[in-house]
Design a protein around this ligand. Sequence first.
Ligand code: HMG
Ligand code: MG
Length: 303
Amino acid sequence: MSDTVHIVEVGPRDGLQNEKTPISVADRITFVEALIAAGLKAVEVGAFVSPKAIPQMVGSADVLRGVSHHTECELPVLVPNEKGYEASQAAGAKLIAVFAAASEGFSRANINCSIEESIERFRPVLARAKADGVRVRGYISTVLGCPYEGEIKPQAVVDVAKVLWDLGCYEISLGDTIGVGTPVKARQLLRAVAGHVPMANLAMHFHDTYGQALANLYAGMEEGCRVIDSAAGGLGGCPYAPGATGNVATEDVVYMLEGMGIATGVDMAKLVAATNVVSGLIGRLPVSRVAAALNAKKAAGKA
Ligand code: HMG
Ligand code: MG
């Protein structure tokens, strides 16, 4: 496969939204700056959600303002409703992401409403975004399993994907929120959704709880998917997905892609440096295998 893949780095949002250690706006900006310096072309910088629900994302407006001069990089932010949309626009967001779920249980836990109600909340957001020239990405969570309902049928994902696509989302990101998927299921899911939304407009957002994320991504790539969400250092998790660990690590994805002859435009040394920045902030070593290997090599004086 010699072509290109678009990586959407979600570390500053998905990666930090579940962290116990409070991270200042200035440190979040430093992290985003380091990711952009590494060559990433899309970095999700925050979320305009309830501060009671996700206190870690308070200050997202200031993070966005602090990095918005980087016009070379897409800077998406999460928006759950019109209130969030208004706040995102006051901060100058040009790209937002609404987020739905494939299971009622997760929808209720995460955004306190049914799937249908969430769509009704997104409808005016998408209409206003269209009028304002703001692009909207649509996430669907629990596409390969739900912490409250177990297995999820591809048709449940297809149903939500169709609605988000028809509402005007330019891309649908399929979230294996709790990282339970395996390659054959990931492949079947991509195939099913691509029957209704063009493959070019699908993204894979796989968490790595069971160590399957890279294999699932590879399977999805074989189906033709070319957009991958990942988080530096393998950070991440969702407070409403008990037991789920981080997103697939950006370093691991970049290493795999470069090994496949797919240029990512990402400088690995700078990416590991960005991971080390955030690792220092949260006081934990990265779970990324590639970051660990390269840090060990450097410590041994071999890099
Ligand atoms: P609600 O309680 O149903 O909303 O929450 P409400 O409209 O009744 O408002 C309740 C309070 O929240 C009010 O404040 C509102 O003003 C405030 P109060 O009067 O009590 O002081 N409020 C807001 N404040 C700031 N910004 C807003 C906003 N909206 C209401 N936009 C709501 C519904 C969606 C707001 C809430 O449940 C929420 O914010 N949830 C956060 C969900 C979240 O961020 N989850 C993590 C991200 S999703 C994810 O990680 C999955 C993903 O990575 C993909 C994958 O892995 O699957 C994307
Ligand atoms: Mg996620």
